[in-house]
Design a protein around this ligand. Structure first.
Ligand code: ATP
Length: 248
């Protein structure tokens, strides 16, 4: 019997405030060791999918109304966001939430708390984050509010890595960043995927970058998954490029 995917969404429907329909039929799966991109225009529902996956919809007065989300084959409906983090599903949500007055290193260390890491584990994990993002090592004693936007995104990802994720869930890591910085961040994610087998689900409006780094992608339109394929398939199809991905 094949192992279940690390994450599966089955015909997921969700609403906000019990009235605004946000998701109306999203199905997708992330296999172990896969990078899957969620593509789609502004407001298509990408962030809502990631919040549903991370069990964070309730904080925005949203909820699932139909369908199931399975992590490691088990329904997540009764799990809290913290439960999921401890099981290895760690989100990095939009806006690269850093504690701006804490130092870069203090921000990273907060990522070890949710997981309950020992001091030794936390210092090993910190060394690994610095190996992944050497710029953070150079700036570790600076307040996070004083480093660049790209470095703040690295801090947000680094903090998630301190939780030893098995599935990293990222919302628009490229947002507002220069192309070179976006490449650095995606290269680091690809390296973590190849080296450690980290599974990644990433929502991106920048479909060109996402399709260069992902194994597979799902296109979301008006809250529903309308298209899925390997990144190579989606890159190759001109109609898809023009219509869904804005790549002309
Ligand atoms: P973006 O890239 O702009 O974040 P998105 O694809 O992530 O777009 P969502 O943020 O998931 O899209 O939004 C999907 C729909 O849900 C939109 O119509 C949006 O207005 C609505 N929505 C999002 N968040 C909330 C909220 N907290 N309360 C009510 N409606 C919301």
């Amino acid at each position: 019997v094949a192992a279940p995917p690390i994450l599966a969404l089955e015909a997921v429907h969700a609403v906000y405030d019990a009235s605004i329909l946000a998701l109306s039929g999203v199905s997708l799966a992330v296999g172990h060791g896969e990078i899957v991109a969620i593509l789609g225009s502004n407001g298509a529902g990408k962030s809502t999918i990631l919040k549903a996956v991370s069990r964070l919809l309730k904080a925005e007065r949203g909820r699932l109304t139909d369908g199931r989300i399975l992590f490691e084959g088990g329904d997540t409906a009764s799990l809290s966001p913290g439960n999921l983090v401890r099981r290895g599903l760690v989100p990095v949500l939009e806006g690269r939430h850093c504690f701006k007055s804490l130092t870069v290193e203090e921000n990273l260390v907060t990522g070890a708390i949710g997981r309950g890491s020992s001091r030794t584990e936390a210092s090993e994990d910190l060394a690994r984050v610095y190996a992944t993002f050497p710029r953070l090592a150079e700036k570790r004693r600076l307040a996070a509010g004083l480093v660049s936007g790209g470095e703040q995104q690295m801090v947000a990802i680094g903090r998630a890595l301190m939780g030893r994720p098995r599935l990293l869930v990222l919302d628009e890591p490229s947002m507002g960043l220069a192309p070179k910085v976006v490449e650095t961040i995606f290269d680091a994610l690809t390296e973590l995927n190849r080296r450690d087998g980290l599974s990644i689900l990433v929502a991106e409006q920048n479909s060109a970058v996402a399709l260069r780094h992902a194994n597979r992608a799902v296109v979301i339109e008006h809250g529903a998954s309308v298209l899925a394929g390997t990144a190579a398939e989606l890159r190759a199809r001109d109609d898809i490029r023009a219509f869904y991905l804005g790549l002309g």
